[in-house]
Design a binder for this molecule. Structure first.
Ligand SMILES: C[S@@+](CC[C@H](N)C(=O)[O-])C[C@H]1O[C@@H](n2cnc3c(N)ncnc32)[C@H](O)[C@@H]1O
Length: 400
């Protein structure tokens, strides 16, 4: 049985569904889980927004990430990465998963090569990017990189695991999520369906599909910590689960013998993520610097992203061999890594054209703005000998 549901807060606009998607959905019986839909529209090599490299990151693109604001973010992050790398002898790897336009990888490599030349001589840059369309642009961006570079999958890396640091900046929010709906009586898996099913020009609709099994619900109910009882939720309350996290973390663990993983992303504690008031989860669509709660519009053109749940991430990390090292908000992490000092240097009028100084100041302030990038979470994990120390970004800012 399928029951159409419209998440509160928006009215989907009827639009033609691309022929490839109609064909896929019909081949799958007319509807698929939201998870499958999200996987297709983001990562399909021919039609997906990342898969074919359509999405552009930057002020002129679809959305902005911290490294797209300039190299201040990488300059502040580099000492943390160098700190971790310096504790490991022998050949090292800086692995970036989901490098997007390759900006962060390029900027951090440049900072490490300039400031820690001895470390750089032991270091290679490893890019893990499943989407060929994105990898193509990363290769162009990193053509002049001072470090040896290679593109591999985690599975390939696991053949000869590396030691070093894995950086996951705004990548885990691109993993497909499961959406589930409380219909007032039962929990149901959200699906994306063609309606009317046999119409030559069907539309897409979000529908509440099969009832979830008790075992499937267990993780959610544990995260909700028994409150409120489902009966206390409004009918059509909808949220996300993250079944892709544990497999991703397991693959990353198999690729790294010793070192740290730093996840930087929008993330919420379970009690905030699964609060009754958050009636439509966290899923958002982005395109041309616009945000929309409608995940069905122009499939394959928009980025779809969901926040991480910190408790789910931590449980998945522990289960896959990662030791949590702590976390905090980006604003706090960047202050601990010296953001105030950089800002102070700019205020004192360090050498450089005024427009450039103002641009750098604006970028620094945006990185710690608590209503935007400053609210990102930095979450660190370690594996292997000698990797359990609290990260530098959790220590008091250096006052010297
Ligand atoms: C929002 S972009 C992040 C870009 C970059 N890290 C930055 O900060 O600008 C997401 C990137 O993750 C990639 N991606 C998606 N799924 C992935 C996966 N399972 N493993 C690694 N990368 C993935 C996308 O193709 C894209 O390059």
């Amino acid at each position: 049985m399928t029951v159409p549901v419209s998440p509160p807060g928006f009215a989907p606009v009827p639009r033609p569904v691309p022929a490839w998607l109609v064909q896929r959905l019909r081949a799958a019986g007319g509807q698929v889980s939201f998870l499958t839909f999200m996987e297709w529209v983001l990562h399909d090599p021919l039609h997906g927004a990342y898969g074919r490299g359509r999405l552009r990151i930057g002020p002129q693109g679809d959305f902005v990430t911290a490294p797209a604001l300039g190299d201040e973010f990488a300059a502040l992050l580099a000492p943390q990465i160098a700190d971790w790398l310096e504790q490991i002898p022998g050949p090292l790897a800086l692995v970036e998963a989901g490098p997007g336009e390759g900006q962060l990888a390029a900027q951090v490599s440049e900072a490490v090569t300039r400031q820690w030349p001895a470390l750089a001589r032991r270091l290679e840059l490893v890019l893990v990017e499943p989407n060929a369309g994105m990898a193509l642009r990363q290769r162009q961006r990193l053509a002049g990189c001072g470090l040896p570079c290679r593109w591999v999958s985690f599975r390939e890396l696991a053949q000869a695991p590396v030691r070093g640091v894995i950086l996951a900046h705004e990548v885990l929010d691109a993993l497909a999520v499961e959406r589930i709906v409380w219909d007032g009586v039962d929990w149901r898996r959200q699906e994306v369906a063609l309606v009317p099913a046999d119409d030559p020009s069907p539309q897409l609709a979000l529908t509440a599909g099969a009832t979830l099994e008790a075992a499937e619900l267990e993780p959610l109910l544990a995260l909700m910590q028994g409150q409120p009882p489902p009966g206390g939720l409004p009918s059509s309350w909808c949220t996300e689960l993250h079944p892709g996290l544990a497999p991703w973390l397991a693959e990353a663990a198999a690729a790294l013998d010793q070192g740290q993983l730093l996840v930087i992303d929008y993330a919420l504690e379970a009690w905030r993520y699964y609060a009754p008031a958050r009636a439509n989860g966290t899923l958002m669509a982005y395109r041309n610097q616009q945000a929309s709660p409608d995940p069905l519009q122009d499939p394959g053109e928009w980025d779809l992203t969901a926040h991480l749940c910190i408790d789910s991430l931590e449980a998945a990390a522990r289960a896959t061999g990662w030791q949590p090292l702590g976390g905090c908000r980006q604003g706090e992490a960047l202050l601990a890594l010296g953001l105030a000092g950089r800002l102070h240097g700019l205020q004192r009028g360090e050498a450089g054209p005024l427009a450039e100084l103002l641009g750098r100041r604006e970028a620094l302030l945006r990185l710690v703005d608590p209503r935007a990038l400053g609210d990102f979470r930095w979450l660190a994990y370690g594996r292997g000998p000698g990797t359990g120390a609290p990260p530098r970004f959790l220590q008091e800012p250096d006052q010297s």
